[in-house]
Design a protein around this ligand. Structure first.
Ligand code: URA
Length: 181
């Protein structure tokens, strides 16, 4: 109900310039009481078309990463910093992040996960309120609103750099340990 209220308030969001170019708003999906929340950067072409987070190539790899820690996609909540696709998948711009961040904050408050995984530079920088390079941030637990945060590499980066999967595996093992009772 809390998530639905946030979605309803977003409506046909035109709070930033991306409202004019997106096809579908991508709110995020999954379990509203998940112990694990995964935050990416922004919808790509497939996500924009379907209105769902992480359903393209990077999303398929994310599914494998989730399954590798013994969970399914339905059991986690997956969303992004931006809810609308930037044209040509360019980087999110500061005014867009600003316009969108209140909704992500409210999603986090509604879900209250036990752990947050921040995928890639943009998610890690926003959640941890830092500008340190992702290479230095990854694997080191941080915290947001009292919730432990694991920054790790983005699956789109792993598609280009498969050798970095090893580090993501290590990071996700730590996450798995924190999710066990
Ligand atoms: N990359 C992201 O950061 N998010 C998606 O939803 C898809 C690709």
């Amino acid at each position: 109900a809390a998530l639905k209220a946030i979605r309803d308030e977003m409506g046909d969001c035109q709070r930033c310039k991306l409202g004019a170019t997106r096809t579908n708003l991508v709110f995020g999906q999954g379990s509203p009481n998940s112990r694990l929340m995964i935050i990416g950067e922004a919808p790509g072409a497939d996500e924009d078309e379907q209105g769902l987070a992480f359903v393209g190539k990077a999303g398929q790899l994310l599914t494998k990463i989730i399954e590798a820690i013994g969970m399914t996609r339905d059991e986690v909540f997956i969303t992004n910093i931006l809810k609308s696709r930037p044209p040509q998948n360019r980087n999110p711009e500061p005014d867009e992040i600003l316009a969108c961040q209140g909704f992500l904050d409210r999603q986090i408050d509604a879900i209250r996960p036990r752990v947050i995984v921040a995928l890639g530079k943009f998610a890690a920088h926003w959640v941890l309120k830092t500008a340190e390079p992702i290479t230095r941030l990854r694997g080191k637990m941080g915290e947001y609103k009292g919730i432990p945060v694991m920054p790790t590499y983005h699956p789109a980066y792993l598609l280009r750099t498969p050798s970095a999967k090893k580090e993501v595996c290590e990071d996700m093992k730590v996450v798995r340990g924190m999710l066990q009772d």
